[in-house]
Design a protein around this ligand. Structure first.
Ligand SMILES: Cc1cc2nc3c(=O)[nH]c(=O)nc-3n(C[C@H](O)[C@H](O)[C@H](O)COP(=O)(O)OP(=O)(O)OC[C@H]3O[C@@H](n4cnc5c(N)ncnc54)[C@H](O)[C@@H]3O)c2cc1C
Length: 389
């Protein structure tokens, strides 16, 4: 496979010189680990004490990684990206809420994004996080098969009803719906809910998608077992395949509580697990749809190669590639330019509520050993190309 992701001209075709310079300084800043650590602490403090820092956050990290503070703000970005064939997934990125009215608000917001997706070719999926619809502790309790109090049972029934409501609307409107995966100790209960939804709404094709985190060594077996169930019960499987975002938390908790970590023994093991899951799904594409959520170039080339080997069209509706807005444009834009289906998660929400998301992005792009992050290298290459260097 030709190395198409090195083409920075295509990658940054939507960015003006000024925008590219802004991105350069942003990544230069977050490349510096002490600066990110101090910046995070100062920002958290400023937000808690109501200091007027929102403008500063908006002008820097927020506008780079988010589409806006509400769903309407995002439309300009959605339309702009789609001129280059890159689709969007509106992601309401408010995290860590614990109240019933907040869960209902997240449900309403997800329903609204389904409505948006129904009206726009540029938005092929809707998405939500299970903990957006209910308390993490309750997922954990249900997953561990502990007895619930009457109130807890009623609370759980409301979570299940939110899942059913949103999946039902997605199905009626023919909008595919991604459901994110989170910490392993809440995931069993979420998986059971999502499987029930697939069984109910994926009779004709994959509408409801679960997420498999392939840094977990048990996920390949999980996929194979689900496949057996799907064959017997007659439903399609939709799966977002990612590596997983909670590795440190998972390892720390396993040590603290004295159980074997659910995480693969090494990065290489996770990489192999990821590519094997993709291969398994490609081999069963008659009943499966894949959303490959990754910034890993090798895994992306590997899926492209598989498609070519098997004579699968680049724009086959059962295969999507996905990246996050503000990252890996070299993958997204070059995939789109070569005719593949690609969509970027476009986060939105009030500035202070998306801070946990923004901090994760900053940390992810911080270099540990002082080397330049990949994003920074790409931007540098493009700046030099434009200057004729
Ligand atoms: C569109 C999209 C949707 C996503 N949705 C979710 C989601 O629902 N849930 C979720 O948890 N994450 C999600 N993620 C994040 C994803 O799980 C990864 O954290 C992120 O994409 C980085 O992994 P990568 O495949 O891009 O590549 P890489 O940069 O090659 O891999 C980094 C990943 O490898 C794994 N890893 C690193 N070191 C080790 C080690 N020593 N041992 C074992 N494994 C290791 C970790 O998972 C780490 O995040 C999503 C990402 C995208 C792009």
């Amino acid at each position: 496979m030709e190395k198409i992701f090195n083409n920075t001209q295509v990658a940054f075709s939507l960015k003006s010189d000024t925008e590219l310079d802004r991105a350069y300084f942003l990544f230069k800043m977050i490349n510096n680990q002490p600066l990110v650590r101090i910046g995070t602490a100062v920002t958290n403090f400023a937000i808690k004490t109501n200091l007027p820092v929102e403008g500063l956050i908006r002008a820097t990290v927020f506008d780079h990684f988010c589409g806006g503070v509400n769903e309407n703000d995002c439309i300009t970005v959605v339309d702009k990206m789609f001129t280059k064939g890159v689709s969007s997934i509106l992601d309401y990125s408010v995290e860590g809420k614990e109240e019933e009215n907040q869960f209902d608000a997240a449900l309403e917001m997800t329903l609204k994004t389904i409505e948006f997706a129904k009206e726009r070719q540029a938005i092929p999926f809707a998405v939500f996080k299970p903990t957006g619809f209910g308390r993490l502790d309750l997922y954990e309790k249900v997953g561990a098969k502990q007895t619930l109090t009457q109130e807890e049972q009623a609370e759980w029934d409301r979570i299940a009803a939110r899942f059913d409501h949103v999946c039902n609307v997605a199905h009626k409107n023919d909008v595919a719906l991604l459901i994110d995966a989170e910490e392993s100790w809440m995931q069993d209960a979420a998986d059971d809910l999502v499987t029930a939804m697939m069984k109910k709404y994926n009779k004709e094709k994959a509408i409801v998608f679960n997420t498999l985190q392939m840094y977990r060594w048990d996920r390949l077996d999980y996929l194979k077992n689900l496949h057996e169930q799907a064959k017997t019960e007659g439903f399609y499987i939709g799966m977002k395949i990612v590596r997983g975002a909670y590795m440190e938390k998972e390892n720390e908790r396993a040590v603290e509580k004295g159980y074997p970590t659910p995480i693969c023994a090494s990065k290489e093991a996770t990489d192999i697990n990821y590519d094997t899951a993709i291969l398994y799904m490609i081999n069963h594409l008659d009943t499966m749809s894949i959303f490959a959520g990754t910034h890993n170039e090798l895994s992306t080339y590997s899926l492209m190669n598989l498609m070519q080997e098997k004579g699968i069209k680049t724009n086959d509706s059962r295969i999507w590639f996905g990246q996050l807005y503000g990252m890996s444009d070299n993958i997204s834009y070059n995939l789109a330019a070569n005719g593949y289906n690609v969509a970027k998660y476009l986060p939105f929400g009030p500035v202070k509520d998306v801070m946990p998301y923004l901090i994760r992005r900053a940390e992810e792009n911080t270099s540990v050993a002082g080397q330049t992050s990949r994003e920074l290298t790409l931007i540098k290459t493009e700046r030099n190309r434009r200057k004729g260097k």
